[in-house]
Write a new protein. Structure first.
Lengths: 359, 851
């Protein structure tokens, strides 16, 4: 469920439909079970669908042994605008990117963003393979399958190579992943866990070699959330033994799970899919943001029903204040942070804790 | 020594205060004259400063304070392919493309707004002030930033249109119309600018701008060198785009009104100068009257230096009071002028919609205050020197004119100054301003005044040869001839004000007459059609054919009027595609001089006179025009007279324009009617054939109406000139009257003497009337000739150098006659009035005082 990326939702809300005469409204394909994903085609963009993302999160270790969390995310959205406008500026596709660095020494996120309408070679997303350019930011999958990304923010620059060490993990039924009670409330969803990271992080003008491990979520859809949903919790964990844990829940206004799901893949490739009733998030500790007043359950215990037994993962944040306020760029306020767990590390995402998210 | 100083200090105070108490009117008048001059100069300066501030704000508001801007040279814009190139240029952090159009809200009258089509995502990085604020806050579902019907209006545009958020409006731009919904405001745009923002894709599609941009706003990367990036961008842009910076925009807006402004300030300086003459005459008279006082003080031990200082301090105090009052008066005047006339003082350079707030300028206040003081000090310099030179022994005994009648006044000073003035008139402009032209006028004025004693004597000499004149006339002639210094004091006021008035009157009447002639020449047809704000659009071929086929139309000629920016720091010039025949261009253009024959294969253009002068272009040469993305070389075939477009206009044959640009739309048409056809009926028939979207923007006019409107605009823009001129003349005439009455009053003893030797009271009065009339006559004659000479400097030097156009001299003879009669009558009348009061106070007693 990586994908209900808050930032994107914020934008999607703003993209109102224009019901003027002589205009052509976009037709969004419905996500259906059945067709399996094919690569490298599905590494590329799917511009017909309403929303799509390439979501990289991970842990870095600097040359001097310091732990950092990072996220590099690219979104694509198809606003409900007139498809018949011949202008090259017609906002038929919007690309959006967000990058953040979690540095415990700083105690809060450094983050930056880019956004543009697709076109003119300045903002493009290839439909044949992962190749996204958004001004000076990029995420490109090479012929050898390795990803290269460059993001340059106000306070930091990341230049990373992400090498897959495992095959892509298809979530749900061969990549069809349900997000709500109705079958069309779903997305195409695959994950590449245990990406080996090497590269450079520049902070305060000083470049430093970094290595680490990351997680890529790929997801595209036209309808995601049930109208009763206000937000969701998501986590993706790279376990030290090579296992990968994915878990998410969609919450209603009362905090109850409207839908939940996930998966567990062992190093030998054995994949267990999890549905509602097999994933539970318990809250161990909350943190209230002094800036926005949002109250986040930042320490969690994740319980998964695996083969009849319940396996618990205690999630402890790298530090509490990993809140991201993207309202200036049209996005919402959410918490996106590096977390530790016994025998592994990952990322936790908490959305809809300040105001309900709509989609 | 200390005691001496104290005594002299006390004596000085006593003398000064005594004099002021005795003649408060004269001091007040002199101070007032200075005040008026300072006030006018300061007010003109303030109004212009406020207007320029406002203009700068307008530019910044519409430009959204980008670091660097690339702007199209014409309304057709440039190819949008430039946008990615600039976005990738080194040193550019963000590039925001924009469609910029002049638009009107349907049903809202003639007021226009700047309509910007923006990519809100890019504008957020380069020009955030053009956005509604936070994207997340205040965004209502269904009214997203990409909604093609969403229109955001600046506070002024919202107010002017009388609409509110939620209303639907129809915008007219580029000859097309489209409906929009007002979804919000633009708080980042200042309060006085009318700006509307829509989505860039909607702007391109709905107003026929597909593939075109008018503007790209750039934000530079941190630490990037502005000049280096500008140089890099300069290499990338095509000929129909140019780099615009805050500096070049400021120069452009400054040059819009600069000449007009400087002219007004010079007129204000004339008023100040007249004030200086008044101080001079007041001080001269006061010195003359206090000769014996000063002599007594000198005899009692006052040094010459102290006496000089005394007179200087007197003048300085008058100047200080006048200048201080003038600054306050100027503030008030500027405020009133801004409210009544707007920032351009009626000149028509800035949008009449804006009433800029008053901007106070302490530096300028100090300068104008200083000028007032200097003029007052200069005015009291000559009388002070003269007083210091007087021999105390002689002065103690005789009051009045100490000049020996046998002393011959020298013509050389005056002649020298006049020659210097004539030479200055030949000099070229400085910083595009006719500074030497103004200097020439000042020198001629000074020369004329300096030559007055000699001239008065030369003009009166023939009268002395008249045999057996009536006693009163003989007395008057001899008195004037014998005391030319005193006559000159009175005359310099008359000469100064008359000559300035005549110069201005001749210039304005020549200008107005030339404009009238020109209007007849350029409007030969019966009906004219014009589409407002349609630089990017106009009537298409189909509509043109339909109009041509209207019954009653004998001939119809279509024109396209658009603008071109040829230089980043100069205002745009007008490009007019008109049906001109290269073989006979004189039939459709008011040519100045002959038109050259066009070399084979060349496209001819004819430049307006200001265009040729501003860009220093001459017939027979070629020039390059940025048209349709390419630089087109054209042949300059001739120059034509144009008073409508001060910043230049280019006429190009219609067919050549279409060939070079592919643009077949037309914005204007001139229609000749079939003899006997009713213009009203034809206009109604033509109007019915217009497409509804354009009909609202189309204006029909007949030459008579256009001429009337043009002359009304002319008179409005000269209203301030007339007002300043009138004030200068009133100051001058008041001075003349004051001088006359003072001189007459000072001659009480002389009148007593005349009465003692048997001259009748009536004869004394007649003598005074003749004296006054003669002085007036001499003054008017000198003033008229000097004024006509100065008007030639205005017409042939100042106007061509500031406004880049020429005109034919047309003298307002009726005004001359009226002026002469009024001045002569006024001088004679004042002299008689003053004489009556002088004679009433016991002439016998007055004589006794002396003995």
């Amino acid at each position: 469920m990586r994908g209900l990326r808050a930032v994107l939702l914020g934008l999607a809300v703003m993209l109102g439909a224009a019901a003027a005469p002589n205009t052509v409204a976009p037709v969004y394909p419905v996500v259906k079970a059945g067709p399996t994903l094919s690569f490298p085609r599905d590494h590329g963009a799917h511009p017909d669908y309403r929303t799509e993302w390439w979501y990289v999160t991970g842990w870095l270790k600097t040359a001097d042994g310091q732990d950092l969390g990072f996220q590099v995310t690219f979104f694509r959205t198809r606003p409900a605008v007139d498809q018949a406008n011949p202008s090259a500026f017609a906002p038929k596709q919007i690309l959006f990117a967000h990058a953040a660095l979690s540095d415990p020494k700083l105690g809060r996120l450094s983050h930056d963003q880019r956004v543009a309408r697709q076109g003119f070679g300045l903002a493009e997303a290839s439909t044949t393979d992962t190749n996204i350019v958004l001004d000076d930011w990029s995420l490109i999958r090479g012929k050898d399958g390795r990803y290269a990304t460059h993001v340059a923010g106000q306070d930091f620059v990341l230049d990373l190579t992400l090498a897959p060490s495992q095959a892509p993990l298809l979530q749900g039924q061969g990549g069809y992943s349900r997000k709500g009670p109705k079958p069309e409330q779903a997305s195409y969803y695959y994950t590449v866990p245990h990406l080996k990271v090497a590269g450079t992080a520049v902070r305060g003008g000083k470049p430093m070699k970094v290595t680490g491990e990351a997680w890529l979520d790929r997801e595209w859809s036209s309808t995601l959330l049930d109208p009763a949903a206000v937000g969701w919790d998501w986590t993706g964990l790279n376990l030290d033994d090579g296992s990968a844990v994915t878990a998410f829940q969609v919450r209603d206004a009362g905090g109850k799970a409207l839908w939940a799901g996930g998966s567990f893949r062992t190093p030998d490739g054995t994949l267990t899919h999890l549905g509602p009733g097999e994933v539970a998030f318990a809250t161990d500790r909350r943190w209230k943001s002094p800036r926005t007043g949002a109250d986040y359950p930042v320490a969690r215990t994740l319980s998964l029903k695996l083969g009849g037994a319940v396996q618990a993962f205690k999630l402890t944040p790298l530090f509490d204040d990993q809140e991201l306020d993207s309202r200036r760029g049209g996005g919402p306020v959410y918490w996106e942070g590096a977390v530790r767990t016994g025998g592994g590390r990952g990322y936790l995402e908490l959305t809809g804790y300040l105001t309900p998210l709509k989609m | 020594m200390a005691a001496d100083a104290r005594i002299s200090g006390q004596a000085l105070r006593w003398m000064m205060l005594g004099e002021w108490r005795a003649r408060p009117g004269r001091v007040v008048l002199a101070a007032l004259a200075i005040a008026v001059g300072v006030a006018l100069g300061f007010a003109v300066h303030l109004v212009n400063l406020s207007a320029l501030d406002e203009f700068g704000r307008a530019i910044r508001a519409v430009n959204g304070e980008a670091d660097l801007q690339v702007h199209a040279t014409g309304p057709a814009g440039f190819d949008e392919g430039l946008y990615p190139k600039l976005a990738r240029a080194p040193g550019v952090a963000a590039a925001s493309p924009a469609v910029e159009l002049t638009a009107r809200i349907e049903g809202d009258g003639p007021g226009v707004l700047t309509l910007l089509g923006l990519d809100i995502l890019r504008a957020a990085q380069a020009t955030p002030s053009l956005l509604p604020g936070d994207l997340g806050g205040g965004v209502v579902e269904g009214q997203g930033p990409f909604d093609p019907e969403a229109l955001r209006l600046s506070p002024a545009a919202l107010k002017a249109s009388g609409r509110k958020v939620g209303d639907t409006v129809t915008l007219l731009a580029g000859g097309r119309s489209a409906r929009f919904k007002v979804v919000g405001g633009l708080p980042g745009v200042g309060d006085s600018q009318r700006v509307g923002v829509i989505d860039i894709a909607a702007a391109q599609e709905r107003f026929g701008q597909l593939g075109r941009l008018q503007r790209i706003d750039l934000r530079l990367a941190q630490g990037a060198s502005h000049d280096q990036v500008a140089a890099e961008v300069g290499r990338l842009i095509p000929v129909d785009a140019e780099i615009v910076t805050a500096r070049s925009e400021a120069r452009r807006s400054d040059s819009l009104s600069r000449a007009y402004r400087v002219n007004l300030e010079m007129l204000a300086m004339v008023a100040l100068l007249t004030g200086g003459f008044l101080v001079y005459s007041a001080q001269s008279l006061s010195v003359t009257r206090r000769r014996s006082q000063f002599a007594l003080a000198r005899v009692l031990g006052l040094t010459r230096r102290a006496l000089l200082a005394q007179l200087f301090v007197e003048g300085g105090l008058v100047g200080l009071i006048g200048a201080g009052g003038g600054i306050l008066l100027g503030l008030g005047l500027a405020d009133v002028a801004l409210r009544l006339l707007g920032g351009d003082l009626g000149g028509g350079f800035f949008s009449s919609a804006s009433r800029p707030p008053l901007a106070f300028a302490p530096g300028a206040a100090a300068v104008f205050m200083g000028l007032g003081l200097i003029v007052a000090l200069a005015g009291s310099l000559l009388p002070a020197i003269e007083a210091g030179r007087a021999q105390p022994a002689v002065a103690l005994k005789t009051a009045g004119d100490a000049t020996d009648p046998r002393h011959r006044p020298s013509p050389w000073w005056g002649a020298g100054l006049l020659i210097a003035g004539a030479l200055a008139a030949l000099a070229p402009p400085v910083f595009d301003l006719p500074l030497f032209g103004y200097a020439a006028i000042a020198l001629m004025l000074a020369g004329g005044v300096a030559a007055m004693p000699w001239l008065a004597r030369a003009m009166l000499a023939p009268l002395r040869r008249i045999k057996n004149p009536p006693p009163a006339a003989a007395l008057a002639i001899n008195r004037l001839w014998g005391a030319p210094g005193q006559a000159a004091i009175a005359l310099c006021g008359i000469v100064a004000s008359t000559s300035l008035m005549v110069a201005m009157a001749v210039m304005v009447s020549s200008f107005r007459g030339s404009v009238e002639d020109w209007l007849v020449q350029v409007l030969p047809s019966d009906v004219y059609i014009r589409i407002q704000n349609a630089e990017t659009g106009g009537l298409d071929r189909e509509v043109q054919q339909a109009l041509a086929a209207t019954p009653g139309v004998a001939r119809i000629g279509f024109r396209k009027t658009t603008v071109l920016r040829l230089s980043p720091d100069k205002p745009a010039v007008t490009l007019s595609a008109t049906p001109v025949d290269p073989a006979h261009p004189g039939l459709s253009l008011p040519l100045l001089g002959a038109s050259r024959s066009v070399p084979a294969g060349m496209t001819p253009v004819w430049l307006s006179e200001p265009m040729a002068r501003i860009y220093d272009l001459h017939p027979g040469r070629t020039m390059s025009l940025p048209l349709n993305g390419g630089a087109r070389t054209v042949f300059i075939a001739g120059v034509w007279r144009d008073y409508a477009r001060q910043f230049g206009a280019i006429a190009i044959p219609e067919a050549d324009y279409t060939r070079l640009t592919g643009d077949t739309r037309r914005t204007d048409a001139a229609i000749d009617l079939i003899p006997g056809a009713s213009p009203q009926k034809v206009i109604a028939a033509l109007r019915a054939k217009l497409p509804p979207a354009e009909a609202a923007q189309v204006e029909f006019a007949q030459p008579r109406e256009i001429r009337a409107v043009a002359l009304r605009i002319f008179d409005r823009s000269f209203a301030v000139t007339y007002a300043l001129e009138a004030i200068a003349i009133i100051v001058g005439l008041t001075g003349v009257a004051a001088t006359f009455s003072a001189q007459t009053l000072a001659r009480t003893k002389e009148f007593g003497m005349l009465r003692h030797v048997g001259v009748l009271r009536g004869q004394v009065m007649a003598m005074l009337a003749i004296e006054g009339a003669l002085l007036g006559l001499v003054g008017v004659a000198a003033g008229l000739s000097l004024g006509v000479a100065m008007s030639q400097v205005l017409i042939h030097v100042v106007n061509p150098q500031s406004f880049h156009w020429t005109m034919e001299t047309k003298a307002p003879l009726g005004l001359f006659v009226g002026l002469a009669a009024a001045l002569i009558a006024a001088s004679a009348g004042t002299a008689v009035l003053a004489g009556r009061s002088a004679l009433s106070s016991g002439a016998v007693r007055a004589v006794r005082e002396d003995w």
